[in-house]
Design a protein around this ligand. Sequence first.
Ligand SMILES: [Fe+2]
Length: 215
Amino acid sequence: PFSSGKVDALSTLAALASVSLRNSDLRDAQRNFFSHMTDLIVTALDAHLLHQNGHGNRVAQYANRVGRELDLDDRCLQRLHFAALLHDIGMLKIERALLTNTKACEKHPQLGGRMLERIRLWEDVAPIVLHHHEWFDGTGYPEQLKGDAVPLEARIISVCEAFDVMISSSSYKLAMDVSEATQELSDCASTQFDPEIVETFKNLVERGVIEPTTV
Ligand SMILES: [Fe+2]
């Protein structure tokens, strides 16, 4: 038989085990909630931006390949994933009639950043969304950050999203082919884009790790 001290210890262990089980249920529920809610939001965004169906999902896929190639840790990859899916979320706050107005649309990084920073579990995604239109040479928007001052995840998304926009056709432009688009990335390396990320991206396309999806 167990001494009362041992029984105490055992019941403490049992209580701890049940807490950790409950925590893991919660974590599972949280993960489930996040992935499905994100999907709903991305679907709403796609419906709002009629001309670029699936843009967020494609950017997330490319960004993940780049992030893995750069050996980013899991936390960083996860941040990158959600930020890539949601980078244009601020567009939801811009009326349909203004979606062709460049000036009006330039507000979307700030709008998106503000939407996300209020969600505590996405706090670290907000600055990436806020800065995804900064340029490597400091001439982007909204804060004219330069080089490494732009979050790495934002620099990755910037390259991936430009590539997707270039190889997609829309109501107002024809699609470029993949080689034209990668050439354009090279031409804009060090001005618009982080040159190391452009190199990594092109290398992944050449090796077939990134498979460009055209729509
Ligand atoms: Fe954007």
